[in-house]
Ligand binder design. Structure first.
Ligand code: FES
Ligand SMILES: [Fe+2]
Length: 342
C-alpha cells in the first residue's frame, strides 16, 4: 500500500497529534472540520475505522464532504471516484484501463482513536496522542465539553492558565479582588512544555471553591501547557481531592480554536453532586472567558501590529508563545521562582 499523501502545509506543529472530533460524533455520514486552516472530511470505512482526508477531490477539487460513503469508501459526487480511509483511490467509474494509480489518491492525515477522540497528525508522528488523566478510570468522575472559541490557541491557553484575570473576569466566582494572598510560584520549563506550581495556597475566595471544596484549607495548584495544544489546571487539596481541567485547543484558523474541555475529578463529594454543582459553574466561567477573548480577538484582527506588554505576573504566556512558534527548537529547561499576590 502506498504511503498516505500528507496534507499540504497547515498552521499546526508537524509530527504532533491533534483532536479532530469526538469518536461518538463520527457516524455513517462524512463530517467536516477545519484543521489547522485546512478543510478536512472525516468518515468511517466498513470496519468502522476512521479516516481524515483533505476535503478536495484530486480530480476536479470538488469538496469530498459533499459526497457519500458507499461500502466504506468516500464517493465524490461529481464523477464518482472513490477513496479509502488512507486516501487511496479505489475506483474510477467508467475507466477500462486498469486500477487507479497513486497519482489519483487524496491527501490523508494519519488517524487513530484514543479515549473517545479521533486524533489526526500530519506527516510522521513524533509521539503518541496525549492521554487525559483519569479519563476512563471508574474511580474518577468526568464531564467533557466541545466549544468553539473566537481566539488564537495562544490567547486561549494563556487565558485559561492565567490566575490574574480571575479577580476581574470571574469576580466572586473564582476569586475576589479584595482577598489576595502573597505566595511563591515555581515555573519549570521542559523541552515540550511549561508548568507553574502554586503550592500550599489557602482556599480561593470564590463561590466555586466554597461549594465544591467545603472544609478544604490548603490547595496545590499546577498550571501546565504542553505542545501542541494542552492547557491544564490540576488541583490537589489537603483532604486528598484531585481535579484536572484539561483544555485541548485545536486551531481551526488563526483566530478560531476548537477547545475540548475534559474535566476529571476524584473528590470526597459524591460524583453526581460534584458534577451537578461543578458543571454549571464551570460553564459560567467559560462563558465569561469567551466574552473577554472575543474582545481581544476583535482588536488583534483589526490591528495586525498590536503587541503585548508583559510583566512577571504573566507567568506562562511568554513560554506558551515560544512553545507554539513554528520551527522553534525545544525550549531549554529552566526553573524560576517568583513572588506574586494572587
Ligand atoms: S471531481 Fe471528484 S470525481 Fe471528478
Ligand atoms: Fe478565566
Amino acid at each position: 500500500m502506498a504511503t498516505p499523501l500528507a496534507p499540504p502545509h497547515s498552521e499546526w506543529l508537524p509530527g504532533h497529534w491533534y483532536i479532530a472530533c469526538r469518536s461518538r460524533d463520527l457516524k455513517r455520514k462524512p463530517l467536516v472540520r477545519q484543521l489547522g486552516g485546512l478543510p478536512t472530511v472525516l468518515f468511517r470505512n466498513a470496519q468502522g475505522q476512521a479516516g481524515a482526508l483533505l476535503d478536495r477531490c484530486p480530480h476536479r477539487q470538488i469538496p469530498l464532504s459533499q459526497g457519500w460513503v458507499q461500502q466504506g469508501a468516500l464517493t465524490c459526487r461529481y464523477h464518482g471516484w472513490q477513496f479509502a480511509i488512507d486516501g487511496n483511490c479505489t475506483a474510477i467509474p467508467g475507466r477500462c484501463e486498469g486500477p487507479p494509480k497513486t497519482a489519483h489518491r487524496a491527501s490523508a492525515w494519519q488517524v487513530c482513536e484514543q479515549q473517545g477522540f479521533v486524533w489526526v497528525c500530519a506527516g510522521e508522528p513524533g509521539a503518541q496522542p496525549y492521554v487525559f488523566p483519569g479519563l476512563g478510570d471508574h474511580t474518577f468522575g468526568h464531564f467533557i465539553w466541545e466549544v468553539e472559541v473566537p481566539a488564537s490557541l495562544l490567547c486561549l491557553a494563556e487565558n485559561f492558565l492565567d490566575g490574574m484575570h480571575t479577580h476581574y473576569v470571574h469576580a466572586g466566582l473564582i476569586r475576589t479582588p479584595r482577598k489576595r494572598q502573597r505566595m511563591q510560584v515555581e515555573v519549570e520549563r521542559s523541552a515540550d512544555g511549561v508548568e507553574a506550581r502554586y503550592l500550599n495556597e489557602s482556599t480561593l475566595s470564590g463561590l466555586i471553591y466554597r461549594l465544591l471544596a467545603p472544609g478544604v484549607r490548603r490547595l496545590d495548584v499546577f498550571g501546565r501547557f504542553q505542545r501542541p495544544g494542552l492547557a491544564q489546571l490540576e488541583y490537589r487539596t489537603d483532604r486528598g481531592d484531585q481535579l484536572y481541567i484539561s483544555v485541548f485547543g485545536v486551531p481551526e484558523h488563526r483566530m478560531q480554536t476548537r477547545a475540548y474541555v475534559v474535566t476529571t475529578f476524584q473528590t470526597a463529594l459524591p460524583h453526581w453532586l460534584a458534577h451537578g454543582v461543578g458543571q454549571p459553574l464551570f460553564a459560567l466561567a467559560l462563558y465569561q472567558d469567551k466574552r473577554i477573548l472575543q474582545l481581544q480577538t476583535q482588536t488583534l484582527q483589526t490591528d495586525g501590529q498590536a503587541h503585548f506588554v508583559s510583566t512577571e505576573l504573566d507567568v506562562l504566556g511568554p513560554h506558551i508563545q515560544y512553545l507554539l512558534a513554528q520551527g522553534a527548537r525545544p525550549a531549554s529547561p529552566l526553573i524560576r521562582r517568583l513572588e506574586i499576590e494572587t
